[in-house]
Design a protein around this ligand. Structure first.
Ligand code: FAD
Ligand code: EPU
Length: 306
């Protein structure tokens, strides 16, 4: 079933019936009935304002590298397609939210700017990385974030520096209808060769510990304080557990991989089984890191939905 949308929304660039399998790294999910792809910040603001005015729940998609979508999504989904302009001013780098995260790390490295090396293996968009406060190897976005711009659920533009409490481990306050538009990182001038060497080292470490040759959505669960979700799942003997073509990776137990024909429902079931077994064996409740989208629950935190 499709929903009629107001004319001002329908005038914005959009596509119909796009499979989430093509929009997410895991390669599963139903159809995105309405994919809006604003090419300017003004169009993005028009989208958010129209949705607010109509009381229409909407979602924002970045690179789809931290998402499992269950079924079709009938409501409007926004994916920014802003011009790919990166601004380097001294040791600062500013990019639009739709800019590729790994590409941004590469621009910084090429400019001899150090600080974004940790990002070099984290896929998705800059907006998704800010929203998730993405991180690796002891660094996370909030460490380098100088300013960020976003739209509130009412469509008001806010530009600010991060404040205490706004970003934590794999979490930010930018949930429920906030749309990141751009961000500025404060980096430092470094030796280009040393930056390249650090990027190469991180990539090697990833290549040997993570199942990068199969479709996945990164780590499925957050690490509980002081613990490693991967180690807990591994110690519970769950590596290789399968539901259809969805499998607990044999390389890294906190990654679920798609062997080709997995369904979103299989991933959801596998996550539940892993969670239940880890609870049983270790008495630890794992909290999902990936977002689960269900049509009926547009903007609740993932943890509430499983
Ligand atoms: P999506 O998956 O599209 O969306 C994730 C969330 O962000 C959703 O809630 C979405 O609504 C929201 N969002 C997206 N764009 C915006 C925006 N412009 N404004 C507001 N909200 C937005 N993550 C790590 O932190 N560290 C890692 O080391 C890491 N390694 C990974 C390795 C692999 C191989 C893969 C596949 C994933 C990995 N991830 C890692 C997970 C994922 O890449 C990050 O969470 C990434 O930052 C998500 O960005 P995205 O654009 O793909 O977001
Ligand atoms: N381990 C096992 N078995 C496994 C996997 C890991 O025993 O199957 C052990 C490892 O031997 C190690 C410990 O668990 O002693 C931690 O593993 P690893 O170094 O791979 O790091 P991680 O905690 O599993 C985290 C992030 C990754 C990030 C890496 C590198 C989370 C949930 N995961 O993984 O982020 O890339 O560190 O910094 O915080 C993501 O968030 O999606 C993600 C991939």
């Amino acid at each position: 079933m499709t929903r009629p949308f107001p004319d001002d929304l329908l005038q914005l660039p959009h596509r119909r019936e796009v499979p989430f399998a093509k929009l997410t790294t895991l390669g599963v999910g139903g159809l995105c009935r309405w994919l809006f792809e604003p090419t300017t910040e003004q169009e993005a603001q028009a989208f958010v304002r129209a949705c607010a005015r109509e009381g229409l729940p909407w979602r924002v998609l970045g690179g789809g590298s931290n998402l499992v979508v269950l079924g079709d999504v009938e409501g409007p989904v926004l994916r920014l397609a802003l011009p790919k302009t990166v601004l380097c001013e001294g040791s600062r780098i500013t990019a639009p939210a739709s800019f590729g995260h790994i590409a941004l790390a590469e621009v910084a490295a090429a400019a001899g700017l150090s600080g974004l090396e940790f990002a070099s293996g984290i896929p998705g968009s800059l907006g998704g990385a800010i929203r998730m406060n993405a991180g690796a190897y002891g660094r996370e976005w909030v460490d380098i974030l100088e300013r960020y711009r976003f739209l509130t659920p009412e469509g008001e533009l806010v530009e600010k520096a991060p404040e205490p409490g706004e970003f934590r481990y794999r979490w930010s306050h930018l949930t429920a209808g906030c749309l990141v538009l751009s961000a500025t990182a404060r980096l430092r001038e470094g030796d280009p060769l040393a930056i390249r060497a650090q990027v190469a080292e991180f990539r090697d470490r990833r290549g040997t510990s993570q199942p990068l040759s199969k479709r996945n959505a990164g780590c499925i669960f957050k690490n509980p304080p002081g613990l490693s979700a991967g180690r807990l799942i591994d110690a519970a003997g769950l590596k290789g557990l399968r539901v259809g073509d969805a499998e607990v990776s044999t390389e890294h137990a906190n990654f679920l991989v798609n062997h080709g024909h997995a369904t979103a429902e299989a991933f959801a079931e596998l996550m539940e089984r892993v969670r239940a077994r880890v609870r049983e064996v270790h008495g630890v409740e794992l909290e999902p890191e990936v977002e689960i989208w269900r049509e009926s629950s547009p903007s609740q935190p993932a943890a509430d939905r499983l």
